[in-house]
Design a protein around this ligand. Structure first.
Ligand code: TYM
Length: 332
């Protein structure tokens, strides 16, 4: 029996990076679950508010992400889908885990350092403790595996350290979770600067494909993706990061291995190749977008989220009680 946990922040518009690095992997994993396995997938709204958000936009983004998850193929009969803040044990375990984490180790997190630099309105203390909340999310369900993109690896390492620290301080309690990172697609790069991650917070719209971009926009963005001038399609992330990124996108989208693609396109020019990449993305996203628009009109989202909250709460309460007892903060 195994347990998987993962979440996505409802901030900005989801990108092709979120899809290929995380959601597409979730969908594949849900189909490998066996009797007794659990897979918790949530909307990380408590993480989103570590940087300032506009409340009405956040509320819409939460609903939109729920619809995206289902539209991409997550099946609520197989996985448990819920909103993080509705299972209040997340915040509580996050706090308890803060008592065993060190400021120094949090200040070393690269995402904290990056995000801190971008803050214009002051850095919240929650931005610093963000990875501890994330550790709580994972440990609350005693996860064995956490499917994520490569950028979350360091946070997973911290989670593993905190699990081990808790176990040695208070006795064996938590599994030490392992990240699950896809071979292809774990780090989709910006279309305009392929040495940087594709990120939903990038102000340059054409650096990202958004999951809800229409066909013409996708074609335009791929056509204007930065490449190089040597005209050869080969996989060389160091010297040809733009072409390598497009090969990665095409491979992760179609599940055709990169070496087969390189062989297929060995005599092609960049514009033919780019047109095929754009077409593959459109073919992948179009049905998702159609389902997304349907789902937003139905009651299904609320029903799924209510059910998910109940089931996640049941597991979360059990772990939290155990943790509190071990820490000496339960009366009996
Ligand atoms: P977030 O919301 O930034 O991203 C969601 C998922 O998408 C992956 N991802 C990418 N994968 C490939 N290429 C990219 N360019 C790319 N950009 C993003 C991320 O690695 C992630 O898997 N802290 C997390 C949310 C979170 C979480 C958790 C995840 C909160 N608690 C517990 C797992 C378990 C985050 O900000 O992801």
């Amino acid at each position: 029996m195994k347990t998987l946990v993962s979440g996505i922040q409802p901030t900005g518009k989801l990108t092709l990076g979120n899809y290929l690095g995380a959601i597409k992997q979730f969908v594949a994993l849900q189909n490998t679950l066996e009797e007794g396995d659990e897979f918790f997938v949530f909307i990380a709204d408590l993480h989103a508010i570590t940087i300032p958000q506009i409340p009405t936009e956040l509320r819409n983004a939460v609903k939109s992400l729920a619809a995206v998850y289902l539209a991409c193929g997550l099946n609520p009969e197989k996985i448990t889908l819920f909103i993080q803040s509705e299972v209040t044990e997340h915040a509580e375990l996050g706090y308890l885990m803060q008592t065993i984490s060190y400021i120094g180790e949090l200040e070393r997190m690269t995402q904290y350092k990056d995000k801190m630099q971008k803050q214009t309105q002051g850095v919240s203390s929650a931005l610093l403790t963000y990875p501890v909340l994330m550790a709580g999310d994972i440990l609350l369900y005693n996860a064995n595996f956490v499917p994520v993109g490569e950028d979350q690896k360091q946070h997973l390492e911290l989670t593993r350290n905190l699990a081990e620290r808790f176990n040695s301080r208070y006795s064996e309690t938590f599994n030490v979770p392992n990240p699950l990172i896809t071979k292809t697609g774990a780090k989709i790069m910006s279309l305009q600067d392929p040495t940087k991650k594709m990120s939903k917070s990038d102000p340059l719209e054409k650096s990202c494909i958004y999951l809800l971009d229409d066909e013409a926009t996708i074609k335009r963005k791929i056509a204007s993706a930065v490449t190089d001038s040597d005209g050869v399609i080969s996989y060389d992330p160091v010297n040809k990061p733009g072409i390598a990124n497009l090969l990665t996108i095409l491979s992760a989208t179609t599940l055709v291995p990169i070496d087969e693609l390189v062989n297929k396109y060995k005599d092609a020019n960049y514009s033919t190749f780019k047109a095929d990449v754009a077409e593959a993305i459109v073919n992948e996203l179009k049905p998702i977008q159609a389902r997304y628009n349907e789902l937003l009109k139905t009651q299904e989202l609320d029903n799924v989220l209510n059910q998910g909250r109940e089931k996640a709460s049941y597991f979360a309460r059990k772990t939290l009680t155990k943790v509190k007892r071990k820490m000496g903060i339960l009366r009996k």
